[in-house]
Design a protein around this ligand. Sequence first.
Ligand SMILES: [Zn+2]
Length: 97
Amino acid sequence: MRHRRSIDLAAGTPVPSADIHVIGKCAELAWLTCAKLSPDYVLGGECAACGHIAWLDRWKLALRFGENVYLENLRPRLQCMSCGNRNGNGFVIGKSA
Ligand SMILES: [Zn+2]
């Protein structure tokens, strides 16, 4: 079931994820905002159920939810497009190789 305001962890992303290494996980990202995230980093979401990671378009998120919204507040909106899980998903940060 799809929620209208969910953030899809889409399988197809504009970012070539093979070239990106995960360097940070949700615990330390809770109080980060899109505005504070360095442009060198890529924002992604990780599914708690199947481990699927998808890279998100942070600029789109900032436009949609505001660049000063805490990631912790967006976390409940993450939905895995691989298995459909919405519970316990978290953000990750990646950096291009
Ligand atoms: Zn999943």
